[in-house]
Write a protein that binds this ligand. Structure first.
Ligand SMILES: NC(=O)c1ccc[n+]([C@@H]2O[C@H](COP(=O)([O-])OP(=O)(O)OC[C@H]3O[C@@H](n4cnc5c(N)ncnc54)[C@H](O)[C@@H]3O)[C@@H](O)[C@H]2O)c1
Ligand SMILES: [Zn+2]
Ligand SMILES: [Zn+2]
Length: 404
């Protein structure tokens, strides 16, 4: 079958690989009908999330049809249409029973202290071959898949695999409640869904910060107020928009590939630039940019710094942007002295997603307008490159297989 395979930093290829097979009674095999490229995948190719193993199939977002189930998978049968959670979970350990499925004790083959197990990630997360392929093996299938109602299309469901649940979870981490003024940092697809989630959870106002005009314009169509950090100082602007009080909550939907402003009043000083350069050297020592491709973000702690500066005293921060274990810079003193609450992590997909499937099935919320590109799997490498360059309009790429 065809699959997108990680060969090295800056080196991904569409390869012909063996079809997956059941290896354990908890596995299922799924024929993928839609997958997608996520901002998380870019960290692996840019070298800002280390530890990938050569030969790993990339991708952790997919929808498909079950073709085979292992003996212990009792709730699914061949022919079922499913959305696959990005994170795997056993469904029986104490973490899973509490709904904290991203920290399942059992799914990660590296042991209970290894943290989240997800598809197509570094060795510490499994590694488990990912979903940008024609078929995939789904470990712990009973808890890692959800059935799709007939009324929910593949196109709607692909954003339920990771993006919508992560954004919803981010709004929960930030404790969004009725009337809150919420800032969303980052207007990528996760940021767009964080805007929608914050409003659905009761936010009174949502302000979105990014440096890309096309993504900000998309966020404005969702009802957000927009701030371009290449033209304005986002901290000063948020203060000005909130009677100098600051936001109640900030959702960081940027992560380790954050950019520092290169123009406008927030453009960094040479001292700040040197400090950011030192962070990049620590986080991405093996980065291998090719011209404008696969450039690691040049301000790894920029979103963290702005979050702490623009939230009010006693404010709340939810971090869903991914930071690698090598990212060690956080303005902890400033956060402590403002009595902030900072919560973070990988989405607990299995417990967050089911109500969102119902929400989409009910017609109350249609996520499809935010998928800006539909590309065949065979063109995945070109699509990765356009997405990495943030070409105008390329907010989210869904990949279709030949079979669909
Ligand atoms: N926690 C989870 O479970 C989870 C799940 C999915 C994605 N993620 C993470 O969420 C983040 C966003 O994902 P995405 O697919 O939207 O990625 P993306 O790369 O498409 O979007 C990131 C956006 O952040 C903007 N940005 C860069 N620097 C900024 C700054 N200093 N301030 C504000 N905006 C800035 C970029 O211009 C871009 O629009 C990534 O880090 C991804 O790994 C986390
Ligand atoms: Zn994702
Ligand atoms: Zn578990």
């Amino acid at each position: 079958m065809k699959a997108v395979v990680w060969h090295g930093i800056g080196d991904i290829r569409l390869d012909e690989v063996d079809d997956p097979a059941i290896q354990d009674g908890h596995d299922a095999i799924v024929r993928i009908t839609r997958s997608a490229i996520c901002g998380t995948d870019l960290h692996f190719v840019r070298g800002t999330m280390a530890g990938m193993k050569e030969g790993t199939i990339l991708g952790h977002e997919a929808v498909g049809v079950v073709t085979e189930v292992g003996d212990h998978v009792r709730g699914f049968q061949p022919g079922d249409r499913v959305v696959i959670n990005s994170t795997m979970s056993c469904g029986a350990c104490s973490y899973c029973r509490d709904g904290h499925t991203a920290q399942c004790d059992v799914a990660n083959p590296n042991g209970p202290q290894a943290g989240t197990c997800f598809f197509g990630g570094p060795e510490t997360t499994g590694p488990v071959d990912g979903l940008q392929a024609e078929y995939a093996r789904i470990p712990w299938a009973q808890n890692t898949m959800s059935k799709l109602p007939a009324g929910v299309s593949d196109e709607q469901a692909i954003l339920l695999s990771d993006i919508f649940p992560t954004a919803w979870f981010g709004a929960q981490l930030a404790g969004v409640s009725r009337g809150d003024i919420v800032v969303v940092l980052g207007a990528g697809i996760v940021g767009q869904f964080a805007v929608a989630s914050a409003f659905l959870q009761g936010a009174g106002r949502v302000i979105v910060v990014d440096g890309l005009a096309d993504r900000l314009a998309a966020a404005r169509t969702l009802g957000a107020e927009i701030v371009n950090f290449t033209e304005e100082d986002p901290v000063q602007t948020v203060l000005a928009l909130t009677n100098e009080i600051g936001a109640d909550c900030v959702i960081d939907a940027v992560g380790v590939d954050a950019e520092r402003p290169k123009s406008g009043p927030a453009a960094v000083s040479s001292d700040e630039a040197a400090a950011f350069d030192a962070e990049v050297a620590e986080i991405a020592p093996d980065a291998d940019p090719q011209g404008d491709l696969w450039q690691p973000g040049d301000g790894p702690s920029q979103a963290s710094r702005w979050s702490v500066e623009m939230v009010r005293k006693y404010g709340r921060i939810g971090i869903i942007g991914v930071y690698s274990p090598a990212a060690e810079t956080y303005p902890i003193g400033q956060a402590m002295n403002k009595n902030l609450t900072v919560r973070m992590g990988n989405c607990d997909h299995h417990s967050v997603t089911p109500p969102l499937i119902e929400l989409v099935a009910s017609g109350a919320f249609d996520p499809t307008a935010l998928i800006t590109e539909h590309e065949p799997l065979v063109d995945a490498i070109d699509a990765y490159e356009a997405f990495d360059r943030r070409e105008p309009g390329w907010i989210k790429v869904a990949l279709t297989t030949d079979a669909t």
